[in-house]
Design a protein around this ligand. Structure first.
Ligand code: 26V
Length: 811
């Protein structure tokens, strides 16, 4: 990218400001200044987008479309400036105008259109595809309200709507000219024309899908890909309007409201599937609009429909966009008049699918009645896919009807989306080694046996541009000074830092950088909660969605035990710690909400008890999201990754923490295994049951929480503290947590891993005492974090799943 001089930047910025607000920038508010800066940058990107598109259209390189219900982008200004190579010029230029770039960045609303890991992964992938010169674009929903805003009131979570578009969004461009019609409901009339069946979808309700495009700029490579998010609107054409709902004004309003509801709000559940009609509508809405617009674009540039699978890859992020499969079939069959065989070949070659969870509660299945009513033509196609698939099973499993019906796409009056995704795609991948093994050997073993070549692993990654370079400038400078800048383009070059980890001066420098980040976080904690924490204490962070399997409860029990010990033995020699929690609970998930209340209650007791509060503090930071994570992660010493083994598909915050020089305390679950493989036993704290032990309990039973307590008096007492009024006058306040452990036999083996967790935490304390040793471990973690860049992950997808054309340039 031609970098702009500071002088030119200042001139352009001032003139942009004048154009927008009719006054000089020095008189403006920071919010106006942010808007002006955003608009200026957005305009500069326009040129890059045009050049990129021209190139894509003329070279006909393969286009990758990443379909995802969620894109958790966070803020865009800082990262876009970084990728454009304009961060320094902009910061310095603004400084001359007496403006602090950071103050402007604060005015950008987080784009929070995702729940957690899955949505953030999609955002990291977009950044990596653009930065690697891969023609990869996002396709999703422009929710009017993103993930809810969390407030803590009286220690409890309260949900407020996230009106992120209130002040507008400088990054997006509405493209009315590229709108599509999506059809719901109605009937299908079948006509036989010369022996060929023609399907007419009639009496349907049309919905206008209007795209909003956001450019995704690659790192200093003149690439801007596109994230296209669809918004649902009423079809405004008088004629169309009256053709399906004649007259009746109220009916028209009702129609308008029901249509707009489709893209109104992101569902805040990420682990319990509920068969809500609106959710199915959302899924078909963006899938249909997306596939239609991709095909329209493809044909406009003279693409031959029979070569579609060579020129286009459609990737589905979990099963939520699985309707891509029957929708593509519908267009190829009904609009392009291809035969079933041709359409099926193209569809399966084009589509690939990633699974993100093995929690059976999260598996999507739709009641046949609902499906058929909402999507009659799509249902017919799914039925046909199912029939042909079952026939192919008969040949292999003669007479084994149970097996066949358990693998069927439609069974027991449900459409099973994971089955459709596996059958209708050429690739199925898990997101970390253990997760993929569990898919192959347990969850999807019948499908693995039937289609062994479809299954593969792609261990997740994170973009080091946002999660290291942008969010930790202190560490980035140290890395550049020691190993040079090559790691920015080639993150595995971070390995060169390993030899520096032994050096005293570097260890001291790492400690100094961390302390600075901790002081920054301490300030944020003070501002948000009023709690004063000591930056010299060990910062121990457990930040992620609140869920029983992620075991925030295990951490709570450990703090409760520590508190008891400190009261009994005030001279107990421990490392002072600040326990930092953050995360949202699904609004309907009572146990998770109760856990938030418990954390806050422990905090209230501990932080106000002068016998212990010089040594430990417990903080819950409300409204966890991308921006808050960017402040917490660089300031963390210890990263808590303590899920029940086998339950966390991968985890990605574990990678972010590692890259920022935190040490991980972990079970051997998800990508913690790969992290452990990278750094070795000495540079990570591993505890708890292994996957074999957990699977054995799950399959064969034999676990008793009550026995666990009987055997361990300390544990019994700590669990008892949940219901004896110690943390809340109302003894029933944490009854649901207590019951989940003691009455419902502790589904996630919290009590089983308790002792081993305490042991390893003692080892953490011992290690932290030796500051040099600790910093050496941090250095080794940083050095080995390069392979967790999503650039590595995306290269693997491109090479072995998508077959991207430009690959040779990047590998
Ligand atoms: C599932 C569901 C289930 C039905 C209701 C709505 C809904 C919305 C989202 C999801 C997806 C949850 C799955 C998810 O986020 N998985 C996480 O994916 C990360 C990226 O691969 C991975 O690192 C985490 O381990 C995994 O929990």
């Amino acid at each position: 990218m031609d970098t702009m001089s500071k002088k030119t930047f200042i001139k352009n910025y001032q003139s942009k400001y004048r154009e927008l607000y009719g006054e000089e920038v020095e008189f403006g508010s920071n919010q106006q200044r942010y808007e002006a800066l955003g608009s200026l940058i957005r305009e500069m990107i326009l040129k890059i987008s045009m050049d990129t598109n021209k190139r894509y259209n003329s070279t006909k390189e393969k286009q990758i479309y990443y379909f995802s219900m969620e894109f958790l982008l966070g803020r865009l200004l800082g990262d876009t400036l970084l990728n454009m190579g304009m961060l320094d010029v902009c910061r310095e230029g603004l400084k001359e105008l007496n403006i602090n770039l950071k103050d402007l960045e604060e005015w950008e609303q987080d784009q929070g259109l995702g729940n957690g890991g899955l949505g953030r992964l999609a955002a990291c992938f977009l950044d990596s595809m653009a930065s690697l010169n891969i023609a990869g674009h996002g396709c999703g929903i422009r929710y009017k309200y993103g993930f809810f805003e969390q407030k803590i009131i009286n220690r409890k979570q309260v949900e407020l709507s996230d009106n992120w578009l209130r002040e507008g969004n400088v990054w997006e461009k509405r493209r009315q000219d590229k709108a599509e019609i999506v059809k719901f409901g109605g009937d299908v009339k079948v006509e036989n024309v010369d022996g060929k069946l023609i399907f007419h979808h009639i009496n349907y309700e049309p919905v206008l899908a209007v795209p909003y495009d956001t450019p995704i700029v690659g790192y200093r490579n003149k690439v801007a890909n596109n994230l296209r998010l669809w918004s649902a609107e009423a079809v405004n054409n008088e004629f169309d309007y009256s053709s399906f709902r004649r007259g009746d004004f109220l009916k028209a309003i009702e129609y308008k409201n029901s249509v707009e509801l489709i893209s109104q709000v992101l569902y805040p559940e990420d682990s319990f599937y509920e068969g809500k009609m609106l959710r199915l509508k959302q899924e078909y809405f963006f899938v249909s609009a997306g596939v239609q617009s991709i095909i329209r674009h493809y044909k406009k540039h003279k693409g031959d429909i029979l070569d579609f699978d060579e020129k286009v890859a459609l990737h589905i992020n979990d099963t939520h966009p699985t309707l891509v499969i029957p929708e593509l079939m519908r267009i190829l069959l009904d609009e392009e008049n291809l035969s079933w065989e041709e359409a099926w070949r193209i569809t399966t070659n084009t589509v690939s699918y990633t699974n993100h969870t093995i929690m059976s509660e999260a598996l999507e299945k739709w009641p046949v009645d609902m499906f058929k009513k909402l999507l009659p033509r799509i249902y017919m196609i799914v039925e046909e896919i199912n029939e042909r698939f079952c026939k192919s099973l008969w040949g292999k499993y003669i007479g084994q009807w149970d097996k066949i019906s358990s693998m069927a796409i439609i069974a027991d009056e449900y459409v099973k989306m994971a089955h459709l995704a596996i059958v209708g795609s050429h690739s199925v991948n898990g997101v970390a080694k253990l997760h993929t093994e569990i898919l192959k050997k347990e969850e999807m073993k019948d499908f693995y046996y039937f289609y062994p070549n479809k299954f593969n692993n792609k261990t997740n990654g994170i973009t080091h541009r946002r999660w290291l370079i942008k969010s930790n400038p202190g560490l980035t400078n140290l890395l550049c000074d020691t190993i040079g800048e090559s790691f920015i383009k080639h993150p595995t070059d971070l390995l060169n830092f390993e030899k520096f980890a032994n050096k005293t001066d570097i260890q001291e420098e790492l400690g100094r950088i961390k302390l600075e980040n901790k002081m920054n976080l301490a300030k944020i904690i003070k501002n948000k909660t009023g709690i004063i924490v000591d930056p010299n204490s060990l910062f121990d962070a457990h930040v992620k969605r609140i869920h029983a399997y992620k075991r925030q409860t295990l951490n709570c029990l450990r703090i409760m035990d520590l508190y008891n010990q400190l009261i009994e033995n005030p001279n107990k020699d421990i490392i002072p710690r600040t326990f930092i929690f953050a995360g949202k609970a699904a609004p309907g998930y009572y146990l998770a909400k109760n856990t938030i209340e418990l954390i806050n209650s422990i905090g209230e007791v501990v932080n106000n008890d002068p016998r212990v509060n010089e040594k430990i503090k417990v903080v819950f930071l409300e409204n966890y999201g991308v921006s808050l994570a960017e402040d917490i992660i660089p300031a963390t010493d210890l990263s808590e990754q303590i899920s029940t083994t086998t339950k966390e598909a991968s985890g990605t915050s574990n990678m972010k923490f590692m890259m920022n020089g935190a040490i991980t305390i972990a079970t051997l679950d998800g990508a913690n295994i790969e992290i452990h493989d990278e750094v070795g036993d000495e540079n990570i704290f591993i505890f708890g049951m292994n996957s074999r032990e957990v699977l054995n309990y799950i399959e064969n039973g034999g676990y008793s929480a009550v026995e666990m307590c009987k055997e361990d008096k300390k544990l019994e007492r700590t669990v008892g503290d949940l219901i004896n009024g110690k943390y809340c006058q109302d003894k029933n306040a944490f009854k649901s947590i207590y019951d989940s452990l003691m009455i419902y036999n502790d589904e996630f083996f919290v009590l089983k891993d308790f002792e081993s967790y305490l042991d390893i935490q003692r080892k953490v304390d011992e290690t932290f005492k030796d500051a040099r040793m600790w910093q050496k471990m941090c250095g080794i973690n940083i050095a080995h974090s390069g392979i967790f860049s999503s650039d590595r992950t995306i290269k693997e997808y491109a090479a072995s799943i998508w077959g991207s054309t430009l690959l040779y340039k990047n590998l």
